[in-house]
Design a protein around this ligand. Structure first.
Ligand SMILES: NC(=O)c1ccc[n+]([C@@H]2O[C@H](COP(=O)([O-])OP(=O)(O)OC[C@H]3O[C@@H](n4cnc5c(N)ncnc54)[C@H](O)[C@@H]3O)[C@@H](O)[C@H]2O)c1
Length: 330
């Protein structure tokens, strides 16, 4: 059991970003192991995301790039027991503008980590992946772990490429790896270029809220803490060599989602502005996650509206931080 293994060493990559930092807060609360985070602190990675647990004695943060073997050499002089690879360039729109960066970063970074694992074998390497690898799924179907990989944008293709690299290292070198593919996460600490925090931040400022196309693209939303608990369940009960889809019951169109947030904030729907659709925009992602339910004994716990409340409270508290960061990026 993860909580009982007190002397384990964990490496969490991309821990200053959205999901990684939420995972770190959970991990550091649930055991006393040594936890090391490496993050290159791109625009989405932030010290603010770490400050709730920055001073824990069993926690170290290193500013470094997993694409640079010299940075990995600094932290990796003995084996890590568990490696959880969150580090990635993660925004689809950016990947459409600068695809090379996504392939270089997301694939090479994963390869470098796995090469280090061959040198210093871990108990488990977890690759964090996405529902986007399966491409658009027509109603009423859902993608299970055996479904074909059909990425539609450079971000999704870079994640497929990294997943395939992991599977090849599993087969060729017997790397003890598991791949976890999640639906869209939301919650505190997400950079407000992603849909939910973007809508919240725009609505709080009474600015127009851009919605792609006719808003009919369908996504499934999971509260980040539910996803992080699924990763703990993978550490605890996951079988090496397996892929686990992680999902939720919160499937809705983007327009429905935006309307819910606007109503929640007591704002007017006239703030919504339809803009040109994203090129290659997948109409629907949908995951069958019955395998995780059965094998990991995991299920989502947070009702959507409660999770949305928590998320909105966070962005109200940290509004200045994000507004300043966004302003300096324009
Ligand atoms: N957010 C979602 O809804 C979602 C859904 C499914 C899967 N994922 C996957 O989960 C992971 C985390 O996503 P997120 O939303 O937290 O992203 P994020 O952009 O908020 O955070 C990514 C973090 O990784 C760091 N990073 C990027 N490249 C790095 C490198 N070469 N070396 C070191 N650090 C690096 C960044 O500085 C940042 O702190 C990603 O792999 C993403 O593909 C995200």
């Amino acid at each position: 059991m993860i909580g009982e293994e007190k002397m384990a060493r964990y490496l969490v990559t991309g821990g200053a970003g959205f999901i990684g930092s939420n995972f770190l807060s959970l991990l550091l609360n649930s055991n006393y192991s040594e936890v090391i985070c490496i993050d290159k602190f791109n625009y989405a990675g932030s010290e603010v995301n770490l400050h709730h647990f920055r001073d824990k004695p069993n926690f170290t943060v290193i500013k470094g790039d997993i694409c640079k073997p010299e940075d990995l050499a600094i932290i990796w002089q003995q084996p890590f027991d568990y490696i959880i690879n969150f580090a990635a360039e993660s925004h689809v729109d950016r990947s459409i503008r600068t695809p090379n960066i996504f392939f270089e970063n997301n694939v090479l970074g994963t390869l470098n980590l796995m090469n280090k694992c061959l040198e210093y074998p871990p108990k488990l390497f977890i690759q964090i992946s996405t529902d986007e690898v399966y491409g658009s799924i027509p109603i009423p179907y859902k993608a299970d772990e055996e479904s074909p990989l059909a990425p539609s944008n450079p971000y999704a293709a870079s994640k497929v490429s990294a997943d395939l690299a992991v599977l090849s290292y599993r087969k060729t070198y017997n790397l003890p790896a598991i791949i976890v593919r999640s639906v869209n996460n939301f919650g505190p600490r997400q950079f407000p270029e992603k849909l939910i925090p973007k809508v919240i931040v725009h609505a709080l400022e009474d600015k127009k809220i851009p919605v792609y196309g006719d808003g009919q693209a369908v996504r499934t939303w999971i509260y980040v803490m539910d996803f992080c608990k699924a990763i703990l369940a993978v550490l605890d009960k996951g079988e090496i060599g397996e892929i686990y889809n992680i999902g939720s019951s919160n499937e809705m169109t983007n327009l429905e989602l935006v309307r819910r947030i606007v109503t929640h904030l007591g704002k007017d729907e006239s703030l919504i502005r339809f803009v040109d659709d994203r090129p290659g925009h997948d109409l629907r992602y949908a995951l069958d996650f019955s395998k995780a339910r059965k094998q990991l004994n995991w299920s989502e716990q947070y009702p959507f509206d409660l999770a949305l409340d928590n998320t909105i409270s966070w962005y109200k508290c940290y509004f200045e931080h994000y507004a300043t960061k966004l302003a300096t990026m324009l």
